[in-house]
Ligand binder design. Structure first.
Ligand SMILES: [Zn+2]
Length: 295
């Protein structure tokens, strides 16, 4: 495909072009966004019709210029669910602006991606530069036996350089996919893999750091509580153990996953109160809650 300077583009008002470039930049940074998300990033009210129309116009132009891909999406949480779209850069958009391509993305998991984007936006907003430096990694994450939805770090520039960076793995829970009855849930097996990685040379080799927190976002408060309770009381099989069924005996050294490395919250809490004390750990979930970073 040949790239040419579009005559349409040169006829556009500079403000129109700037709006499009701004949107391309956000999509490169945050991967998947709705029109409302973009309106919010511009500092405008997402419920305002005019603001939305304005963003939609820029998006439509970018679609015409073949820079974007869109995936249909229905937001079930609003009073009257309507069909809309989630937008991201396509392969050609990524070539020009960087980031991760939304091409070939399935509509089935788009809500999951959207929640990760929302988390990323709130993270950046809650820990602003220059006091904080955020790094965010959302692809090539399959290292050392874990495969998180994202890895991010928060560097607190006021602290001494050797202890000012905090690493997190984000696990955004998807809609329930059934487990075989009697088996250890896959989420427990996954947490065991993080537990075994924590504070090891293997972690340094695979990830470049030794300690981290695993931030698991559950869909409801009840699910979060159940997961914490289970991790705190029911010893889990090691990740290499072939036997995950509770009825069968095995010789693996069981792991009690009650540790402050395991942070948990819910979708609703992070979307509405990101910077507050909304995070619980499997170690002390009945008595304490924490902010994402104690500063
Ligand atoms: Zn076992």
């Amino acid at each position: 495909m040949s790239i040419q300077t579009s005559p349409i583009q040169s006829k556009e008002f500079p403000s129109t072009r700037n709006a499009q470039i701004e949107i391309l930049g956000w999509l490169a940074e945050y991967f998947a966004l709705t029109v409302k998300d973009i309106v919010r990033l511009r500092g405008q009210d997402p419920e305002d019709d005019n603001s939305r129309r304005c963003v939609q116009q820029s998006i439509n132009r970018l679609l015409t210029k073949s820079k974007l891909h869109r995936v249909p999406y229905v937001d079930e949480r609003v009073k009257t669910p309507t069909r809309s779209f989630v937008y991201g850069l396509n392969d050609s958009g990524v070539d020009e602006y960087g980031g991760k391509s939304l091409d070939d993305h399935s509509a089935r998991t788009i809500e999951h991606e959207l929640h990760i984007s929302h988390f990323h936006i709130l993270l950046k907003k809650s820990f602003p530069e220059p006091r904080f430096i955020i790094t965010w990694q959302q692809s090539d994450l399959d290292h050392g036996g874990v495969d998180p939805d994202a890895h991010f770090s928060i560097t607190h520039t006021n602290l001494p350089p050797d202890k000012n960076t905090f690493h997190f793995f984000l696990e955004m829970e998807r809609a329930k996919i059934g487990n075989v009855k009697g088996d250890e849930p896959s989420i427990i097996r996954r947490q065991a893999r993080y537990f075994e990685l924590y504070n090891t040379d293997r972690c340094v080799k695979e990830w470049g750091f030794k300690q981290f927190r695993v931030l698991t976002v559950q869909r409801t408060a009840e699910k979060m509580k159940n997961l914490c309770a289970r991790m705190a009381t029911v010893p889990a099989h090691t990740s290499t153990c072939e036997i995950h069924q509770y009825q069968k005996k095995c010789n693996c050294k069981k792991l009690l996953l009650n540790h402050r490395m395991f942070y948990m919250t819910t979708e609703e809490l992070f979307q509405t109160q990101f910077a507050n004390k909304i995070y619980r750990t499997s170690k002390d979930f009945t008595t304490a809650s924490y902010p994402l970073l104690e500063i």
